[in-house]
Every structure is written in structure tokens, then in C-alpha cells.
Design a protein around this ligand. Structure first.
Ligand code: SAM
Length: 369
């Protein structure tokens, strides 16, 4: 236990100095001599401290606890012990302090999304997405159980709820499944249903591209593009492991497609459960401009009667409905097309995914006339 705490403290110290929680864990964990189980425990502590940092600062001050990183770890181990401090939180800063958000996020949540106050602080389940090109759900569950892990069906036919160490499972190593939040699986499933020639325009490392290839049973023609060459290289390798028929393009796409999918860079507030740093953003920066400009590039590749599908892992109006509103007003040859799906919640334009344990993601399908 001592080693786990020591390494967690070291990572948190680095995070406090330099930010970027995921990078700080990547700096330290692979070089540590911890077992996989121990690394999962360290990650859990780090996530909890980042998730509750503002509340812990308040508790520390209220109880005059020593202001040091070890205290954060101590608080994360016995959260119930300190709950009475809640009574003295100023009413007008309740969400900000008790639920540990930036004042920008607290205002957004209080005014528009009160149901997310608790939800974004919940520890997410680890979910696998079954790769139907190499396996099926029963096979993946059998492997997980053989390895002593939880293996339960979730809502989508591709989704298996499991333990965090499943990322090291044989099922993942052999490409039978990948770790993927269920909302992200839903977005891939919807995109896969919208055409036979699909371009993933912001493919990144290809989590959604691989899921799209899986949902189409490798029967669709799938091209993938990302501005980042390193990511395209990673995707090429991953597509091989997953037996996914994906052509990763070397240069900017020039063909036209039934569906062009844009999973744009964003604030990531919808995945704050996984990356709690997103709870502390002060605004949307210039993401909306970037999102609109990527949509304007990507639209050129949509054929007549084809779809431009826009998605972000966010629920701010600026990155979702407002981007779509601006895009549609500047591009009258596109109109929004309703997506029928039980697990989507309607917004003014587009939808938020609404699965019991999914990230809060936005999707909008726009059809070209
Ligand atoms: C949200 S991530 C995509 C995640 C990916 N779809 C997945 O599921 O793994 C957004 C991606 O957009 C890429 N990107 C940023 N600007 C771009 C542009 N102008 N054209 C293409 N890709 C871009 C980034 O490199 C990043 O990988």
C-alpha cells in the first residue's frame, strides 16, 4: 500500500505543477515497478484527487489539515469522514465547491444541466466494444471470465461491462474487443448505418473507425483521415490488429462519400468522468471556430444526398447547437436529418447520448441536397 500511495503522490505533485493528468500518469506508471493491479489502484487515487480537488481544498481549509499532497490522498481514502464540511459551503458556490467544478462549469450545470452535477463525478464503468470482425460478445465474455474479470452485457449488443484491468485482457490484446465508452460505441453504430462509403475525417487513433468497421462487418468502404500523421500511423497498426478493413489515407481525402464523419476536437466536458480535468475549464476557448472550420473542410467530401455527421464529447451550446446552427445558415445545401434512436435525447439541433453509463456526447446528422 505504501508504494501505491508514494507513486500516486508523485504523480499528483507533477500534475499540480504541469497539468495534463493522463500525460503525468504515462510519465510515471510504465517506469514504476508496480503490477498491473497496483497501477490501476494508483490511477484510481489520482482520478479521485483530480475529480474532487476543489472540494478537498475546501475541506483542508475548514479542518485546518496540512496543505500537502498526502492530505489529498488521505481525503480520497475516507471521503465520508469530511462530509460535515458541506454545511458551511457558501450557498452561491455550492456546485462549484461541493462538486468540484470551475465557476464556468458550475454555472453551466446549475443553469442548464443540473442532472450532470452528480453524474460527471461518478466513476465510470470500464466498457469493452466487441469487434464483430474477429469475435462475438459471448467469446469476449468467456475470455474475461477466464481471466477472473467481471463480464456483463450492457445496453448495446457490442458493449460489455468489465473491470478496469480489462485493458490488459487477452480479448483486447488479440483485437477481439477494444476499450470504448458506450456512448462512443453508439455514435459509431449510428454512423455505420448511414452509408456504404464512409470517410472518418478526424479519425485520431481510430477507436470509432474500428467500431464502424465492426458494425458494418467490414462490408462498407471506410477511409480514415486525421491531420496528425502519427495518429494515422497508429490507426494503420490498430486496424491490422482488429482485422478492420480501413484505408488510412496518406493525403487529404479527395473522393466523395455517402457519409463524412467529423468527431471534432472539443473541450471534452462530456467525458469528465474519465478525464476529470475537464471539470475545471474556464470556457470553450477557440474550439467552436476550429469545429466550424473542420466541418467546412469536410463538407466538400459529402456527395449529393450524403450525410455530414458531426459529433463532440461536449454539451456546451457553443460547441454543439451553435456550431451546427452557424454551419447550416452558411450552407443552405445542408439540412438537419432526424436520427431515430432510443438512446438519444433531443436538443434544439442534434442530440445528446443518454445511456445509463455513457459519456455525454453530441451528434447531429446533416444531409446534403
Ligand atoms: C476527438 S479526436 C478524434 C478521436 C477519434 N475519432 C476516436 O474515436 O478515437 C479529434 C481529432 O481531430 C484531429 N484534427 C484536428 N484538426 C483536424 C483537421 N483540420 N482535419 C483533420 N483532423 C483534425 C485531431 O488530430 C484529433 O485526432
Amino acid at each position: 500500500m505504501y508504494r501505491i500511495t508514494r507513486i500516486a503522490v508523485h504523480i499528483i505533485e507533477k500534475w499540480l505543477r504541469k497539468g495534463n493528468m493522463a500525460a503525468r500518469m504515462r510519465d510515471v506508471l510504465p517506469k514504476s515497478e508496480l503490477s498491473l493491479e497496483e497501477r490501476e489502484k494508483v490511477a484510481e487515487i489520482v482520478h479521485n484527487v483530480v475529480r474532487w480537488k476543489k472540494w478537498y481544498d475546501f475541506v483542508m481549509e475548514h479542518y485546518s489539515l496540512p496543505e500537502k499532497v498526502e492530505t489529498y490522498v488521505r481525503l480520497s481514502r475516507s471521503p465520508q469522514e469530511w462530509e460535515s464540511a458541506e454545511k458551511v459551503v457558501p450557498e452561491d458556490r455550492y456546485t462549484e465547491i461541493r462538486y468540484s467544478f470551475s465557476s464556468y462549469m458550475a454555472n453551466l450545470i446549475d443553469s442548464e444541466f443540473p442532472e450532470l452535477r452528480k453524474y460527471l463525478n461518478r466513476e465510470p464503468e470500464t466498457i469493452l466494444c466487441v469487434n464483430f470482425n474477429l469475435s462475438d460478445r459471448e467469446n469476449v465474455k468467456d475470455i474475461l471470465r477466464e481471466e477472473g474479470m467481471k463480464a456483463e452485457d450492457s445496453v448495446l449488443e457490442s458493449a460489455v461491462i468489465t473491470d478496469s484491468r480489462a485493458r490488459y485482457s487477452r480479448a483486447v490484446k488479440e483485437g477481439r474487443a477494444q476499450v470504448q465508452d458506450e456512448s462512443s460505441q453508439l455514435i459509431a453504430r449510428i454512423t455505420a448505418s448511414l452509408g456504404n462509403r464512409i470517410l472518418d475525417y478526424c479519425a485520431g487513433n481510430g477507436v470509432k473507425t474500428i467500431a464502424i468497421a465492426s458494425f458494418t462487418g467490414n462490408r462498407a468502404k471506410i477511409h480514415a483521415w486525421d491531420i496528425d500523421e502519427k495518429k494515422r500511423e497508429i490507426l494503420r497498426r490498430r486496424a491490422g490488429l482488429y482485422g478492420a478493413k480501413i484505408e488510412v489515407l496518406d493525403g487529404k481525402p479527395s473522393e466523395e462519400y455517402d457519409t463524412v464523419f467529423v468527431d471534432a476536437p472539443c473541450t471534452g466536458v462530456g467525458s469528465a468522468r474519465r478525464n476529470p480535468e475537464a471539470k475545471y475549464i474556464d470556457g470553450v476557448e477557440d474550439f467552436p471556430e476550429l469545429q466550424l472550420s473542420i466541418l467546412n473542410e469536410a463538407k466538400e467530401r459529402v456527395k449529393e444526398n450524403g450525410y455530414l455527421v458531426y459529433c463532440v464529447c461536449s454539451f456546451t451550446a457553443e460547441e454543439t447547437v451553435e456550431v451546427v446552427e452557424r454551419f447550416l445558415s452558411e450552407n443552405p445545401d445542408f439540412r438537419e436529418e432526424e436520427i431515430e434512436n432510443k438512446w438519444l435525447k433531443r436538443m434544439k439541433y442534434g442530440h445528446l447520448t443518454d445511456l445509463p453509463d455513457g459519456d455525454v456526447m453530441y451528434i447531429c446528422a446533416m444531409k446534403r441536397s
